[in-house]
Design a protein around this ligand. Sequence first.
Ligand SMILES: *[C@@H]1O[C@H](CO)[C@@H](O)[C@H](O)[C@H]1NC(C)=O
Ligand SMILES: *[C@@H]1O[C@H](CO)[C@@H](O)[C@H](O)[C@H]1NC(C)=O
Ligand SMILES: *[C@@H]1O[C@H](CO)[C@@H](O)[C@H](O)[C@H]1NC(C)=O
Ligand SMILES: *[C@@H]1O[C@H](CO)[C@@H](O)[C@H](O)[C@H]1NC(C)=O
Ligand SMILES: *[C@@H]1O[C@H](CO)[C@@H](O)[C@H](O)[C@H]1NC(C)=O
Ligand SMILES: *[C@@H]1O[C@H](CO)[C@@H](O)[C@H](O)[C@H]1NC(C)=O
Ligand SMILES: *[C@@H]1O[C@H](CO)[C@@H](O)[C@H](O)[C@H]1NC(C)=O
Ligand SMILES: *[C@@H]1O[C@H](CO)[C@@H](O)[C@H](O)[C@H]1NC(C)=O
Length: 502
Amino acid sequence: MEAPSCPALLAACLALQLATAWGDGCSSFGNLFTEIAENSTHGSLVAQLPAAGDTGSAGLQLCLAGADAIWFYLDGRSVRLNVSAERALDREELESPVLMVALTCAEDGFSPVEYRIIVQVLNENDNRPHFQGATVLTHNISELAAVHSVVFSTQAEDADGDTLMYVIDTASPDARFFRIDLPNSGKVVLARALDFESRQQLEVVVTAVEMNTKERFNASAHIRVNVLDGDDQYPQFLPCTPRTHHGLTICTSPVYTANVTEGQLQGGPLSFSPGSVYAEDGDRGLRAAITYSLLAGQESGRFHIDNMTGAITLLQAVESSRSTPAISLSIMASQVNDANKYAVTQAVVRVLAANRHPPRFAHPMYQAFVPAGAREAALLLTFGGHVLALRAHDPDFPEGVNPQVQYSLRPSTNHSQLFQVMPNGLLVARTDRLRPDQTYRLQVLARDEESGETANTTVELEVLWPGQAGTEWGGLPVPPWGSPPAPLPCDPPKGPPCPFAL
Ligand SMILES: *[C@@H]1O[C@H](CO)[C@@H](O)[C@H](O)[C@H]1NC(C)=O
Ligand SMILES: *[C@@H]1O[C@H](CO)[C@@H](O)[C@H](O)[C@H]1NC(C)=O
Ligand SMILES: *[C@@H]1O[C@H](CO)[C@@H](O)[C@H](O)[C@H]1NC(C)=O
Ligand SMILES: *[C@@H]1O[C@H](CO)[C@@H](O)[C@H](O)[C@H]1NC(C)=O
Ligand SMILES: *[C@@H]1O[C@H](CO)[C@@H](O)[C@H](O)[C@H]1NC(C)=O
Ligand SMILES: *[C@@H]1O[C@H](CO)[C@@H](O)[C@H](O)[C@H]1NC(C)=O
Ligand SMILES: *[C@@H]1O[C@H](CO)[C@@H](O)[C@H](O)[C@H]1NC(C)=O
Ligand SMILES: *[C@@H]1O[C@H](CO)[C@@H](O)[C@H](O)[C@H]1NC(C)=O
């Protein structure tokens, strides 16, 4: 018996000596629909061909043909899977998940009959989801992005076509900034406001989990978010003082101060403290250009401000420090690109009296006495029982009295804790801690607080016995007593009570 030739090139044929009724062998077959799970093992049963009739001994030849025939082989009446370690049946790799082969049945003396075997490859969860691209994904988000808006999307893929659900990994460092409202969408929503000024970079992990599989495979993407600076900050005058206010760190502008002298026009810009007038855009990532101006005020016309540098120049001298001791200016700094973003601060220009003379004491040395006694304190006296009133004379002022002069004891004074000099130049001694016949040398300094000029003098003090009168001693020159002493600041018979007993 000659085996009939197979009709197609890609054909696996099997000659069967089957016991069939003559001429009945092929007619018992029909088209077959079946299914097999992907990645099944070699030899897995795909289909069982029906047994033919039970009589006769006709020779049948079966062939599998067609492009998909490589996946199968015939083993008697069984159609089995032909795979190997190198060539697994992977549904995801197939062009179509349905394989189709032609089963040709040839029987001696009859024309061959062709049937179809259609095999659906069933999906197995043999693929994990995965995110495309780099392991760390980067997104840029403006700090002005609205809370509750979608700020970026993540998309994982699953070759098995499984439904994926996206979740924010709550253990990731900045998970609280993000949330996912629609778990299947991968759209990430901003949960709280970003602030470039406090955080420039955030890290979050998004995990895609299979929803419809028992394995629930998952994949994670590490996402780095660069927060981009938005124009949300106003200019700030520097150096500003940081302060905490309701949990926010705010920057309070300095008050700039400068000095001018009455009747004088100094060339060039004023020199301000604690630094030059200067403002910066609070958006460090943008640093918009700043323009300066003076708000109109009573005296603002005397000054000019350079709109680029903030340098302030006096254009017209101030006549008198007594009528105008200080001028207050309001300085505005605004962004060139947005005049609505501005800051205003104050500058105080102090008008100093023209200072041609330093203060002077009339004498380099004064002689003083004080009786030792039980009383706590007493004023120092000079000759004739007069109260010693030191007065530094400043010819720049009417009657020589400069209200800015402050008196102090220099540290070189021995036992300075026993003495005190009062603002009006009177000296007080702790007489209860002095003993008769002691001498002290007090160094008194007068300082013009406006100009910083100083004058000094020495007071030679002798501690007397109670009832003893002060006399010239030690061969020192006795200063002539000039003008009568000024009325005491406290004088129980005539004026206010003294803070201590005299
Ligand atoms: C299975 O297919 C390979 C070719 O991929 C072939 O060489 C082998 O003979 C086939 N096995 C059977 C049992 O048909
Ligand atoms: C196929 O199954 C074997 C175990 O039977 C497994 O080791 C292999 O990873 C699977 N292949 C694929 C592509 O899933
Ligand atoms: C983010 O911004 C940087 C520059 O700031 C740019 O180089 C990068 O390409 C941007 N990345 C994306 C994803 O837009
Ligand atoms: C992802 O899978 C791992 C185990 O493979 C598991 O420990 C983890 O909890 C899973 N993550 C999620 C979010 O389901
Ligand atoms: C600054 O002043 C000059 C003239 O003094 C003017 O031309 C310029 O436009 C000003 N710049 C700004 C930013 O206002
Ligand atoms: C204070 O110093 C002067 C001179 O420097 C000295 O003569 C006098 O004895 C000192 N007085 C006391 C109490 O130490
Ligand atoms: C202004 O003058 C006062 C003293 O009169 C001085 O203490 C202050 O430092 C001066 N300010 C400036 C900015 O020069
Ligand atoms: C004290 O005054 C004299 C002149 O009256 C001066 O020479 C001296 O330097 C002054 N000393 C101090 C410390 O101011």
